[in-house]
Structures are given as C-alpha cells and as structure tokens.
Design a protein around this ligand. Structure first.
Ligand code: ATP
Ligand code: MG
Length: 393
C-alpha cells in the first residue's frame, strides 16, 4: 500500500495573483526541511501538496512531524492512496485504519469527491463505507457529531486518499514571503517567541546576539546557539551573529549617566543591529519586548530606542502577558533552554536606580556628553569582530 503526506494550504490559497510565488516558496521550504528524511516525490493539485516516499528508506513519520512545523500549511494528514475504485477504497480503509478503529468506540465517514467523474456521490461513499466498517468491527457505533475517529475519503485528481482525519498545521504564511527580519536574541524567554511569531507571518529570520565576555560566559553563548537550533524547526536556517559588546558596554558604563545606563546601552545595541541587518538584507528589527514587563520596557524607553534607528522595530509580544508568552515558548520547545540561569549582557552593570521614564532630551544630552564619536567607533569595531554561526536546518 502506498502511503503519503497531504498538506492543505492555509490562507495563502486566497492570495490571488501572488499564489504561485507563495506556493513555490512553500514547496522549496518543504523540500529543504525534509531533505534528511529520504527521497520523496512532491506534487500539487488544487492548493494541496502531496509528499510521497519514493522508496522504502523514507522516514515518513519524521517527515510528518517536520511538516507540521512549516508555516503556510493549515492542516496535514498521513494517508493511504489507492486507485479510484470503491472496492479497493473500502478494503484499504478497513485495513489501513484497522488499529485505530479497533481502539475506538465511535466513528463516522466523511467523503469528499473533488473528481466529479467518480461514479458515486459523497453521501453514497460515506454510507457504503460506513456499512462495510460496521460489518467488520461490530463494537463500533456511528456518531456523526462527535466521533472518536473520522474516516476520511478524498477522491481527488491523482487518486483516492484515505486517512483518519486532518491534524492542525502550523498555519501562517510561508517563511521568506514577507522579507527578512533581524531578531535581537537574548537568552531569555521572549525573543525566541518573537521570532516564531514573525516567521509565522512569513519573515525569514536572522539573529543578532550581544555577548560581553568575560562578564557573560561561554555557556550563555552556547545557550543562544541551542535556542537557534530549536527555533529553526519553525523558522528554517538562521544566521546568528554574536557581537562582542564588552568594550562599548564598558564605555557606556564609564562615560554615560548611570540612571540611564540601560536605555543608552539598548540604543547602542540597536544601532549595531541595524547595521548588521542592512548588510544582511534585512528590513526590520525584531525584539521580544513586552510593555511594562521590566523597567526598560516603558513607553518612554521604547520610544527612545525606536529613535536610535531608522528601521522599523517589530515587537510581536508587546501586548502579551508573560504566561501567554511562556505558553508559546513551551510549545516551540525553547522554554527549558531559556530558563537556564546564565548571565545576559543586559543584566550586567545595571544601575540600582534606573530611570523608568527617561525623557528623550535627557538621553540625547547624555549621549552628547559621552562623546558619540568614540562610542560609534567602538561600536564599529565590535561589529567587525562579530562571530557568525550558521544554524542550518
Ligand atoms: P527576553 O526574555 O527575550 O530576554 P527580557 O524580558 O529579558 O526579554 P530584556 O532583557 O529587557 O527583556 O530584553 C528585551 C529585548 O531586548 C529582548 O527580548 C531581546 O529582543 C533584546 N535583547 C536583550 N538582551 C539581548 C542580547 N544580549 N542580545 C540581543 N538582544 C537582546
Ligand atoms: Mg533578557
């Protein structure tokens, strides 16, 4: 029996003229993500993608799990495919879903006939097949409203597909159809979630991490790489840039206004991130800031950081509570890594009494007194020393 994966495309099916571009990008992504699962044949019909093993060596179960994490796919199913002949369909359904049906109490059959040339209507298929299943598995009852198993038969262009129901896909838009964003990646809970959310809207993600050795450790650096390894399951390949930020940070500590340290440092990080983003062809900066979560995330501080760069700063978790963000972090499996207690550069040198509502004038004044020429030079030097880590899918 032939088994394959069916991907039902999401909202991109509605995108009219762009549809072909979106579908081509999605197909490219799927091929890349599954490239270590074996040789598959990929084809599409009517906004549905089919992924079919070419030989015995294919790992269809792993492929199925991977496909569930690809944005742009609304639902997925693993199905048996047979010729469009009712006898064959019925026999296959009884066998292919045998284990599932044995362990269930209720079921229903949903038939969908996309190929109108098929000799039976959808209700006829459902009725007939329902009867066959009942006569084979006597313990089963039909429940059309809330069945444990939904036996689905889809009569489509290339064949008849039989499966035990669709599973939810990752939704959203295919990665790389909405431009590229530079994620500011700390070791915390929020920034990986921010990356997930923007990737879901079709952004390709690259990441920038600021490290301040020896104040921050090798383990903190490794943690950020591990986070990228987890995120890539959803975002695809990530180019991670690790900026050695110690010298600019010490300069700000020694020459800036202590109460404004955090916001001055964040403006410096933004400037560097924007330059790296430009070099890498990214058009936006992404952060994991959430309003009022900490002192540096007041509206005033946010405005002050916004004005340090020209690029738009996207903050997808700005209106979310910590527990809502945490829920996503658990879902994408970054949470356990994020809570490892290593020092982040943002938590060193922080003043005991930071100003929560700094005015822009104060900040600009502080920067003027700091000798921005020197700081800019130090920022450039840090940027030149950036370590690049390619985290490939
Ligand atoms: P997170 O959980 O993402 O670390 P947080 O609640 O700890 O966020 P902050 O430390 O104020 O909040 O950081 C806010 C945002 O600034 C982060 O979400 C991230 O986008 C960025 N950021 C913080 N530290 C770094 C860093 N070391 N390198 C790159 N970006 C950083
Ligand atoms: Mg943090």
């Amino acid at each position: 029996m032939r088994e394959l994966i069916i991907c039902y495309l999401g909202e991109m099916a509605l995108k009219g003229l762009n549809k072909n571009t979106f579908e081509a990008q999605l197909m490219k992504t799927i091929r890349r993500r599954l490239r270590n699962c074996g040789q598959f044949k990929y084809y599409k019909a009517q906004s549905t993608f089919y992924i079919e093993p070419e030989n015995e060596d294919c790992d269809i179960d792993t492929a199925f799990e991977k496909v569930k994490k690809i944005f742009g796919i609304a639902a997925v199913s693993k199905a048996a495919v047979v010729e469009k002949d009712f006898e064959v369909i019925a026999q296959t359904a009884v066998e292919y879903l045998g284990e599932t049906l044995k362990n269930a109490k209720t079921f229903k059959v949903s038939a969908k006939r996309a190929d109108k040339k098929f000799g039976m209507t959808s209700p006829e298929i459902s009725r007939e097949l329902g009867g066959r299943i009942l006569s084979r598995y006597h313990h089963l009852k039909v429940d059309v409203n809330n069945p444990e198993v939904n036996v689905m038969v889809e009569i489509r262009d290339y064949g008849a597909y039989i499966h035990g129901g669709k599973e939810q896909g990752a939704g959203g838009m295919p990665v790389s159809t909405s431009g590229k964003g530079a994620l500011m990646l700390s070791g915390g809970i929020d920034s990986p979630v921010a990356a997930y959310m923007m990737a879901k809207r079709g952004m390709k993600i690259m990441a920038v991490h600021f490290a301040s050795p020896p104040y921050t450790s090798e383990r903190a650096r490794q943690k950020v790489i591990t986070l990228c390894e987890k995120m890539k399951e959803y975002t695809g390949d990530i180019n991670l840039h690790i900026v050695p930020f110690t010298v600019p940070q010490e300069y700000i500590r020694d020459n800036g206004v202590p109460e404004l340290f955090t916001v001055l440092m964040r403006r410096s990080m933004m400037r560097i991130t924007e330059k790296i983003a430009e070099e890498e062809g990214a058009e936006a900066i992404i952060t994991g800031e959430s309003l009022a979560q900490v002192a540096s995330q007041t509206l005033r501080a946010i405005r002050a950081t916004d004005l340090s760069v020209e690029m738009p700063i996207l903050r997808p978790v700005i209106g979310m509570d910590k527990n809502e963000i945490t829920e996503i972090a658990r879902k994408i499996d970054t949470f356990e890594t994020s809570i490892l207690p290593y020092e982040d550069c943002c938590t060193i040198f922080t003043p005991s009494h930071p100003k929560t509502k700094p005015s822009l004038e104060e900040i600009l004044e502080a920067e003027k007194n700091m000798d921005m020429e020197v700081l800019t030079k130090l920022e450039m030097e840090a940027m030149a020393e950036t370590e690049k880590v390619f985290v490939n899918i």
